[in-house]
Design a protein around this ligand. Structure first.
Ligand SMILES: Cc1cc2nc3c(=O)[nH]c(=O)nc-3n(C[C@H](O)[C@H](O)[C@H](O)COP(=O)(O)OP(=O)(O)OC[C@H]3O[C@@H](n4cnc5c(N)ncnc54)[C@H](O)[C@@H]3O)c2cc1C
Length: 320
């Protein structure tokens, strides 16, 4: 029996990435259900009908208030066991990576992760994922059921199909061992301006900045352009900038209208996260930097000289 899509919620809304996976699932299978887990999430469940779910299971319970994986694994394991879903899909996030892995272990199921596409081939579900450091795409399948998959963040856009879903309450039973982890504190990272996923303009920095304080140069430019600041993995790993701003294979996928890459070599793992940007401008002092192979406009030079001048120019043009 059919496909189940796990819907993640955040601050009272269904996460767009989950709705994108639901929309894709509904294109591939007429029999798609969804499940939402949390406290006070029943209202959200009905919304999934517009994105292709025929039925939505609502596990609405105070025990699910904290975004912890194990209680969700309990809910999903029971649901899949009772209803016999043959496929369970997740949009990848910090939470769902743990939920999917836990569910795979609990059910003894196969999990393919980091998928960038899903299709039916001769009736069989086939996933596509990057391999060999994102230099090739490979097709992946499953040896048995249920088939579990984590889809790379931002892969599928939510598409409203206008349907209505039947919402069914789920009885929630949490295993004792799933109660051992508790949420101690949740805090929001302080940030100004748009997030990198929402920004039309991104100014991104890499190791070429030389030191963490130089991100201030990019923040000034981003502010002048009304955009957000992003970073490469090399610099977030070095603690220069927050992990939430990392673009690439193991970070976020972004597609702003303008992406200004400053002191970024353009490694394939970075490219996969920003290649769908409208216009890519690269500032790099090395003429042979790989980023120039896919930038629309390349500026060869020292970013420490160029970026402040660019910021002044933008402010001048905007009359600020
Ligand atoms: C499994 C795996 C997953 C990965 N995931 C990601 C990911 O999600 N995102 C990601 O970004 N990377 C990822 N990486 C790392 C990736 O391979 C690169 O190491 C990383 O992107 C390099 O970051 P960088 O461009 O900041 O640094 P570098 O490669 O060191 O490049 C710095 C650039 O700055 C230029 N430069 C130096 N000084 C100046 C100056 N004054 N003015 C102008 N230019 C200057 C240099 O010419 C150079 O091109 C991953 C790697 C692996 C193996």
């Amino acid at each position: 029996m059919g496909t189940l899509v796990y819907l993640e919620d955040h601050e009272g809304e269904l996460v767009p990435g989950s709705l994108g996976v639901l929309s894709k699932a509904a294109q591939l299978d007429d029999d798609v259900a969804a499940v939402v887990c949390g406290a006070g999430v029943k209202e959200l469940a009905a919304q999934a009908g517009r994105f292709g779910a025929g039925k939505v299971y609502a596990a609405d319970d105070p025990a699910l208030e904290a975004p912890l994986p194990q209680p969700r694994v309990d809910v999903l394991a029971a649901l899949v066991g009772e209803q016999g879903f043959d496929t369970v899909l997740f949009a990848a996030s910090v939470l769902t990576a743990d939920v999917a892995a836990g569910l795979a272990a609990r059910l003894g199921a196969g999990l393919n992760w980091d998928l960038v596409d899903l299709e039916l081939r001769d009736g069989a579900l086939v996933g596509k994922r990057a391999a060999l450091q994102d230099s090739v795409y490979v097709d992946v399948g499953w040896k048995g059921e249920p088939r579990l998959a984590l889809v790379r963040a931002g892969t599928f856009e939510p598409a409203e199909s206008g349907g209505e879903a039947e919402v069914q309450d789920l009885a929630v039973e949490i295993q004792d061992f799933s109660k051992r982890a508790v949420m101690v504190e949740r805090a929001h990272a302080e940030s100004e301006g748009p997030s990198i996923e929402d920004a039309d303009v991104i100014v991104a920095g890499g190791r070429g900045l030389g030191e963490p304080d130089k991100f201030a140069l990019l923040e000034e430019l981003a502010k002048a352009l009304g955009g957000a600041v992003a970073a490469t993995r090399a610099v977030v790993d070095a603690g220069w900038y927050p992990y939430a701003t990392q673009v690439g294979q193991t970070g976020r996928n972004v597609s702003p209208k303008l992406y200004v890459a400053c002191g970024i070599s353009g490694a394939i793992q970075h490219k996969v996260g920003m290649q769908s940007s409208g216009t890519i401008v690269a500032i790099n002092k090395d003429t042979n930097a790989p980023i120039f192979e896919y930038a629309d406009l390349g500026v060869v030079g020292d970013l420490h000289e160029i970026v402040p001048k660019l910021t002044d120019l933008v402010r001048e043009r905007r009359g600020a």
